[in-house]
Design a protein around this ligand. Structure first.
Ligand code: ATP
Ligand code: MG
Length: 602
């Protein structure tokens, strides 16, 4: 069982259905052990040229066709109690996307009804994240707190109509009276207070006469309803807390259920789109709209939330990771938050592509994390310049290359984009190569460097390993190689072609710095399924390599710069980088052919 409370309102994602939306290559695919090309597979769903319209867009289209609306008005309604995560991206993409597709508009509304959990920092972060994702609410920025006065007036309307009452039961007693899925609830002894008494008590609640938790205002609907949400839901609770926007003007705050639909109605929202856990709240949503003099009649529609393998999408849980110091902050590159993914280097267009790829449905599913990585690679492959960096260095001395000589090769920046041009890369006698590109006693399918074997150094020369130098403990510390001067540029006149091409960096020219490698935060695809979410946290989700070597073109790049380190993956400059010390985050790996071969052999 998942720890209760980590998913919104009792929701836990299904464990039985994992949608492998993504059937493209994964890390480990590929046939040859040569320079990795990150060529994306055909777009999923290729073949059908028309994109199917999701059910929400079908509804909107028919509402436009029937004349019920001219254009949709949607909203993205985050509660500012944490940073947005990739699940919210799905919702943002849907709400802004529907509005754009049908010439309507999408509001950004902060559902700021719980001042004990909400902070200005989160409001700012959410605005920044939505903009970064590429969406624009224009002048339509709203806050549920803007409507506190109107919501209160409407509460009085319900009290006067005998449809709401002040209840003196404690929270525990209210819970006891609520009944269960199989048993009806019981009426509160305060349910039949007179309108006058209710008006007086509500007024005094507002004036601050009563302590927190001593009373609530409840809608008077039906304690025997089959839908628990209709068993006299709480509309207001007493909270003597300072609100980020309204300060100390209020000490009673509306509940989400009461505030949300009315906020929609005030703003003229036509389609109030939310996730499936609110389906059972819809009758209540409609009840308020029907019983109040609201200026418009919005309708609520529900879609399945995004669930991702190896990932927990719950602000509450993510907040706990931050508070307990299990990650370095909301924007830790391992976090599934928008700020974390941004710091990690995920491009916003990749997140939009992902939202589009997963689509919108009514049926709950879990999306394979590899689908997200696929979208990231797809964008980065087209846009990232190629560079050479060595993460776990091993020294190579080219013994027949003259000391002090330096040659400059013009190396292509991006084979996918000719306009990206070339850059000069220096070659000299001493080089760094990747430690794992050499094996003293190579197994059959290892085609890289080994004693007596020739490999190509990318864009430079063929080299052959002649001698292995070890330290006292037997560790290989240096390879002594010879080069073939005729193979200049990476091709030999006799047409021979080594099976492997390695990346390298000239030792004399290299810049040194740090690389941070990231992996899933959780060890299992269904975190929490065994009963303890925290126990599934991986202790290998981050690996810091402090002594890496980069080609000079990688020096002093601004934070957020994204490149492909040839054969290693896509990397992004972390904000921790300084002019003298680069720090690169691995965004995502390329497809690594060797690990597959190794895994197969094991
Ligand atoms: P969390 O549990 O992470 O706090 P939430 O639903 O409480 O999520 P809100 O700030 O209320 O967070 O969410 C704003 C909007 O984003 C809501 O309409 C909600 O339905 C939607 N949303 C939240 N999580 C997801 C998800 N995983 N997939 C799709 N939409 C989501
Ligand atoms: Mg919420």
């Amino acid at each position: 069982m998942v720890e209760p409370g980590f998913y919104p309102r009792g929701h836990t994602p299904p464990r039985d259905r994992i949608t492998f939306l993504f059937e493209g290559p994964r890390p480990g695919d590929g046939a040859t052990d040569s320079m990795t090309q990150d060529t994306p597979p055909a777009e999923p769903g290729a073949g059908s040229d028309q994109e199917p319209r999701d059910f929400i867009r079908e509804i909107v289209a028919s509402d436009v066709a029937s004349g019920r609306i001219q254009a949709p008005v949607t909203r993205f309604p985050p509660e500012p109690n944490g940073h947005l995560h990739v699940g919210h991206v799905k919702s943002i993409h849907l709400n802004f996307g529907v509005a754009a597709d049908f010439g309507g508009r999408c509001h950004l509304r902060f559902d700021d009804t719980n001042p004990t959990k909400e902070e200005q920092e989160y409001i700012d972060a959410i605005e920044r994240d939505v903009r970064w994702l590429g969406f624009d609410w224009g002048e339509y920025l709203y806050h549920a707190s803007d409507y506190f006065e109107r919501l209160y007036e409407w509460a009085v309307v319900l009290v006067k109509a005998g449809r709401a009452y002040v209840d003196d039961l404690t929270a525990d007693q209210i819970r006891e009276h609520r009944g269960t899925l199989t048993e009806p609830g019981r009426n509160s002894p305060w349910r039949d207070r007179s309108v006058e008494e209710n008006l007086d008590l509500l007024d005094r609640m507002r004036k601050g006469e009563f302590p927190d938790g001593s009373r609530v205002l409840r809608a008077k609907i039906d304690m025997a309803s089959g839908n628990i949400n209709l068993r006299d839901p709480v509309m207001y609770r007493i909270l003597h807390a300072t609100h980020p926007r309204t300060g100390d003007a209020w000490c009673i705050y509306p509940t989400y259920d009461y505030a949300h639909g009315q906020s929609d109605a005030i703003e003229g929202i036509t389609h109030s789109i939310c996730t499936l856990e609110f389906e059972d709240h819809r009758p209540l949503y409609d009840w308020f709209v029907e019983n109040l003099p609201v200026p418009s009649r919005p309708r609520q529609y529900e879609f399945a939330r995004l669930n991702l393998t190896f990932t927990v999408l719950s602000k509450r849980f993510l907040l706990r990771l931050v508070n307990e110091g299990r990650v370095r902050g909301w924007d830790d590159p391992r976090m599934p938050t928008v700020s974390g993914l941004r710091r990690r280097g995920f491009p916003p267009e990749a997140l939009r592509d992902f939202a589009k790829m997963v689509g919108v449905a009514k049926r709950e599913s879990v999306v394979d994390y590899a689908a997200l990585e696929y979208c990231v690679r797809n964008v980065l492959n087209k846009t990232s310049p190629r560079r050479m960096a060595v993460l776990r260095p091993l020294k190579v001395v080219v013994t027949n290359y003259p000391e002090g000589q330096v040659e400059t090769f013009e190396v292509v920046n991006n084979p996918e984009d000719e306009s990206a041009g070339t850059r000069p890369v220096a070659f000299a006698r001493e080089l760094w190569i990747e430690r794992e590109d050499f094996m003293e006693d190579p197994p059959k399918k290892f085609f890289r460097l080994a004693p007596g074997r020739e490999v190509r150094l990318r864009a430079a020369y063929f080299v052959t390993c002649q001698e292995v130098v070890k330290d006292a403990s037997g560790e290989v510390v240096e390879l002594r190689c010879t080069y073939d001067p005729l193979s200049r540029g990476g091709a030999a006149p006799d047409g021979r072609s080594p099976k492997a091409t390695l990346h390298w960096v000239s030792a004399a020219h290299a810049v040194s710095g740090e690389v941070r490698l990231y992996d899933h935060l959780f060890t299992r695809p269904d975190p929490g399924a065994a009963g303890d979410l925290l126990a599934d946290l991986s202790d290998r989700s981050e690996e810091i390599l402090a002594r890496c070597f980069f080609e000079p073109a990688l020096a002093d790049q601004p934070a957020g710069t994204r490149v492909q380190f040839e054969r290693l993956g896509y990397f992004c400059v972390d904000p921790d980088a300084t002019a003298s010390r680069p720090v690169w985050n691995r965004i995502v790996t390329l497809r690594d052919t060797w690990s597959k071969v190794k895994a197969k052999g094991a």
